[in-house]
Design a protein around this ligand. Structure first.
Ligand SMILES: [Zn+2]
Length: 694
């Protein structure tokens, strides 16, 4: 080997290339085949030589240099990455009967009696990532985020040694490989042990540890944690050269990505069930955590025909492992008040480890549930947790009941504000009637407002919201955006109720100039917000983020939505596929309340709500059009036709109105066709529709 001091630039360049290739080869051998190719000493010596050459010729540092696996110093925040192809989540099922139903649904949709082949993959309990390659070079890494927008974690992903940085061989010009980042059980235990000995807070489970490690602003910390990946799907691809999931795995393998060795093709429900049972048996002995199986229709042609529901693909599903259970004691039963005033009973438990997570409380759902299961304070109970949901009480072990136990009396008054708590006839839930005089409801609304899927304001956690509410710094959502202004000493107005409690945040306990400054920055960064997030943040009863997205897609702007709601014009609202009558009623009622309109008015003075931009398709004749299907179609099933239209940017409505652009009429069409004629809406035959979407 040439002495580094004597290397010419030409030689250095060649040498750096050789080292990068050697080390990449070794990484693949190690991570993909578990077969070391270089000894640790050889690996380290190559790494050192690489560093020394780079120090001498800094301009020659390669994009795929092993030195870039070590991370870089801290960044102030992650920038956003919008996914050109959304990163979708999967629907969950918990039993083989539901899997059977899912497969039946697939067959019905495809109008076939044959069960398609499924790729069955262990569901890694980690964090989804997307890695973008241009001409074979790794250029960008992103988290899933909300599915449409994630965080830029390029520097952090780069530190994961099993991720190829430079793909050799024929590869599409643009290729997004997606998969899961995880921490092995062994690395998790080692990390926690280290943290414990250093007196630091430990992680609850490997997934949290992986998430905490991946979302580090200082990627050097990510580099120190031993993270690994499995690749399993793709995002944007310039030229897809595979025609099935199995074929895709072959390509991934050739490109050097780690693939889960337990992935398996199954051809029947029986085979799927067998495989599920087998994996469950070996689950505990696997070096990483899995929380179920994923089934994907193997053929991509069929996947494309099946298409998507609102948020999930119709051709794949997650079959979760059954919940894990444990036995513990109920120390107390409390009643919590939620943002809509719902009173929810919660059991305080003797803390216990359930499947690797410490559990200290469980939900009891509602008062009927407590009665039905006859749950009392002091009881020994079986609790279970499944996935991310709050642990539940499955049942009481009556033999262990203490002699002096008494039934729990559910309060008829709100424990937070003392107002009457009433229960409507057809409801399971008892609600506080205090409305905005009930501090619990306001606090919960404020927490919802700043939560992750809503305004997502960093630094305004539950504790801070509670504190700021009690000290009258924040009384309603709009106040969040005026804190900074009110924090200036010169604007303190003794006659204003808020200023009367005038404050200098930086003088509060636990705050300093820097943390106050960071809070203001975090708040100001959210003065522009997307329409779905804004609608969700309002906290309208029954309107979760999926519904908020539907509303945004259908109305386009907040003004259009609000105008219709204020005028109680629900024609468009009820025509949206996925919005039922009860939900529509709740939405209209929300806008009928003066205090809600005031909140919205105050908010709009502070924030800018972006009109909804649909980035799925802009170039189809159906983009932005509202279509209605009626009658029996010949070449497509109704479901298939609907999803086809949606994937081309159309909104599919259930009934004909003046907002309808096309009515697609099959055989035996009924009243909808007549209505379309009456309103002068354009009617298309199935053939014309197929021609239009070609
Ligand atoms: Zn109350």
């Amino acid at each position: 080997m040439i002495d580094i001091a004597e290397l010419t630039e030409e030689q250095a360049k060649a040498e750096l290339q050789r080292i990068a290739a050697e080390m990449a080869k070794s990484d693949i051998a190690y991570y993909q085949f578990d077969a070391p190719y270089l000894t640790d000493a050889e690996y380290d010596s190559l790494k050192r030589r690489n560093e020394q050459i780079e120090a001498k010729f800094p301009h020659l540092v390669r994009a795929d240099s092993p030195s870039r696996r070590v991370g870089a110093p801290i960044k102030s925040e992650f920038s956003k990455v919008s996914h050109r192809f959304p990163m979708l989540s999967l629907g969950d099922v918990f039993s083989i009967e539901e899997v059977d139903d899912f497969i039946l649904g697939v067959k019905r949709f495809l109008n076939t009696a044959d069960t398609p082949t499924f790729m069955c993959e262990p569901k890694i309990d980690g964090l989804s990532f997307s890695a973008r390659y241009e001409h074979g070079k790794f250029v960008q890494g992103a988290t899933r985020g909300d599915g449409t927008t994630g965080e830029d974690i390029t520097a952090n992903l780069r530190t994961i040694r099993s991720l190829p940085l430079d793909i050799k061989g024929p590869v599409p010009d643009i290729l997004e490989v997606r998969g899961e980042v995880y921490m092995s059980k062994a690395d998790f235990f080692a990390l926690n042990q280290k943290y414990e000995s250093e007196g630091k807070k430990t992680f609850a489970n490997p997934r949290n540890a992986a998430a905490g490690s991946l979302r580090q602003l200082d990627s050097r910390i990510t580099a120190e944690r031993n993270l690994s990946i499995f690749a399993y799907t793709w995002g944007e691809v310039s030229n897809r050269v595979w025609d099935s999931q199995a074929d895709f795995f072959e390509h991934l393998r050739a490109w050097g990505f780690p693939i889960n060795p337990l992935n398996k093709l199954c051809h029947s429900v029986a085979e799927i069930e067998q495989n599920f049972a087998r994996i469950m048996e070996i689950r505990a002995s696997l070096p990483y955590d899995i929380d179920g199986m994923v089934y994907k229709v193997n053929s991509i042609e069929l996947q494309e025909r099946l298409g998507f529901l609102t948020r999930t693909p119709r051709w794949a599903i997650a079959h979760k492992f059954p919940a894990e259970q444990a036995i513990t004691t109920i120390n107390n039963i409390r009643v919590q008040v939620g943002r809509t005033g719902a009173l929810t009973p919660v059991a305080d438990l003797e803390p216990i480890n359930v499947g690797g997570v410490m559990v200290s409380h469980a939900t009891l759902h509602n008062e009927d549930e407590i009665k039905r299961k006859d749950i009392r304070i002091g009881d020994s109970v079986i609790i279970q947790r499944a996935g991310d949901v709050i642990p539940q009480v499955v049942g009481v072990i009556k033999e262990k009941r203490p002699a002096d136990s008494v039934e729990f009396e559910f309060p008829h008054y709100c424990p937070e504000c003392g107002a009457h708590a009433i229960r409507e006839e057809d409801e399971a839930v008892r609600r506080c009637t205090g409305g905005l005089t009930c501090p619990a409801q306001i606090i919960e609304r404020l927490k919802h407002f700043v939560s992750r899927d809503a305004f997502d304001i960093e630094g305004l956690g539950s504790k801070v919201i509670e504190e700021f509410y009690r000290d009258k710094i924040i009384q309603n959502p709009a106040d969040i955006f005026t804190i900074e202004q009110r924090n200036q000493p010169e604007v303190i107005d003794l006659f204003s109720p808020l200023s009367a409690n005038s404050f200098r945040l930086q003088n509060r306990e636990g705050w300093g100039i820097k943390s106050v400054d960071n809070l203001f920055k975090a708040i100001n960064a959210k003065r522009t917000i997307s329409l779905p997030r804004f609608i969700y943040a309002l906290g309208i009863r029954q309107v979760g983020s999926a519904t908020a997205l539907l509303l945004a897609q259908n109305y386009g702007t907040f003004e259009a939505f609000m105008n219709d709601m204020i005028n109680k014009d629900t024609a468009k609202l009820v025509s949206i596929d996925g919005i039922g009558g009860a939900m529509a009623k709740d939405i209209v009622e929300f806008f009928a309340e003066a205090h809600n309109l005031k909140t919205i008015h105050d908010l709009l003075a502070q924030v800018h709500v972006e009109p909804y931009v649909d980035n799925t398709r802009h170039d189809s004749p159906l983009t932005g059009k509202t279509v209605v299907f009626t009658g029996t179609l010949e070449h497509l099933t109704r479901q298939e036709a609907k999803s086809k239209a949606q994937s081309l940017g159309a909104k599919v409505a259930g009934s004909v109105s003046k907002n309808t652009d096309y009515v697609i009429m099959g055989a035996d069409a009924g009243s909808k066709a007549a209505k379309a004629k009456e309103l002068g809406v354009q009617i298309l035959s199935e053939a014309e529709f197929l021609e239009l979407i070609k």
